[in-house]
Design a protein around this ligand. Structure first.
Ligand SMILES: Nc1ncnc2c1ncn2[C@@H]1O[C@H](COP(=O)(O)OP(=O)(O)OP(=O)(O)O)[C@@H](O)[C@H]1O
Ligand SMILES: [Mg+2]
Length: 330
């Protein structure tokens, strides 16, 4: 690991964002496993975009709208999961604050939920973050927290600050009363030291830029940035000297051809030319990755996860969780 170690002690809500497709859902799931491991903890992984990505990652049938145990971490900790269904959550909300259970059902039927989310788009976010913060605050009868930690597979970087900063939306919806109080309660969890926002990125220009912008956006909101997780890192296949030669097109083709011949392949010269071209591309990509990594140098907490070459499966998810633990993330 390239930064100070931290196991995010005291943090109970981990929000995982990043540019689309960088691995937010995968990293959120791995982090949930990592947090549950070792200390026999109970962790809730929450999906807010209704795409059933968690069920896929944990190889289980689509999640109903309810909390379910989806995995046991090494050492006996548990990962539970919740895929929030926005419509169900909206009905719950209306019931809780307006006693509108029946109206809620009618709303779904007549598609008025679309209407509500159109006239008060912020309401949707308040309901989602509200659900998550309720799980963070929930206690057993004996006063202990039900979940030691909650990990949110959150919307992408471009929308995260607005998504979390629900108080602005709520203050437009209600100045006083239960809706406003609820909004304030949600915000107090999100702004507390219990909550951090982690950014998942690849070593590519756009995701790194979005990460730096996202961290910047949080400044002044009272919401804290957590770690930056560089996902899908590929190992350098050549030495520094070889990379330099490959980038400059100075690889010794005769020598490569000799190696190809020794390996028993035909057309050694042609194969050598292809290999040298590939090495050149690899060298350029490695140089670009190094540049992007340098742009992340000022980020206090950085973690690196390898590209799993056999693709993602449950075993791979456990490997990523272990990698996060090895780097002190949990
Ligand atoms: N470390 C990794 N090694 C190999 N494949 C990975 C890794 N991390 C993620 N992937 C794969 O990359 C793809 C995108 O990952 P994922 O769905 O987690 O991204 P996402 O940021 O949640 O995407 P979206 O923006 O669509 O929600 C998936 O096919 C996933 O299996
Ligand atoms: Mg996702």
């Amino acid at each position: 690991m390239t930064a100070k170690d931290t196991d995010w002690d005291g943090v109970r809500l981990h929000v995982v964002t990043g540019k689309g497709g960088t691995g937010k859902s995968t990293v959120a799931a791995a982090l949930a496993l990592a947090l549950a491991a070792g200390k026999k903890r109970k962790v809730l992984l929450v999906e807010v975009e209704g795409r059933q990505g968690i069920a896929q990652l944990f190889d289980c049938p689509p999640l109903p709208y309810g909390e379910r145990k989806v995995a046991v971490a090494p050492g006996g900790g548990e990962v539970h999961a919740l895929a929030i269904d926005t419509e169900e959550a909206l009905i719950e909300y209306l019931e809780m604050f307006y006693n509108l259970k029946r109206a809620g059902k009618a709303l779904t039927k007549f598609g008025v939920i679309d209407f509500v989310t159109t006239i008060a788009p912020g309401l949707r976010d308040v309901i989602l973050t509200g659900k998550v913060s309720e799980a963070v605050r929930r206690k057993e009868k004996n006063g202990a927290f039900v979940y030691d930690a909650v990990v949110m597979d959150a919307p992408p970087t471009g929308r995260i600050t607005r998504f979390l900063n629900v108080s602005d939306e709520v203050s437009q919806l209600a100045k006083v009363g239960p809706v406003r109080n609820h909004g304030d309660l949600v915000m107090s969890v999100i702004r507390s030291p219990q909550t951090v926002v982690h950014f998942v990125t690849l070593l590519e220009e756009m995701p790194v830029q979005e990460t730096l912008d996202g961290i910047d956006d949080l400044k002044g909101t009272g919401i804290k940035a957590g770690g930056v997780i560089v996902n899908m890192e590929r190992p350098a296949l050549l030495s520094a000297t070889e990379l330099k030669e490959a980038a400059e097109g100075r690889l010794d083709l005769t020598e490569i051809a000799r190696g190809v011949k020794a390996a028993g392949l035909d057309n050694a010269e042609a194969v050598a030319a292809v290999l040298a071209a590939e090495a050149g591309e690899h060298a350029q990509r490695t140089a670009l990755e190094a540049r992007e990594k340098a742009r992340l140098a000022g980020v206090p907490y950085r973690y690196e996860l390898p590209m799993l070459s056999d693709g993602m499966d449950l075993a791979g998810l456990y490997d990523l969780a272990q990698a996060l633990r090895d780097q002190g993330a949990a």
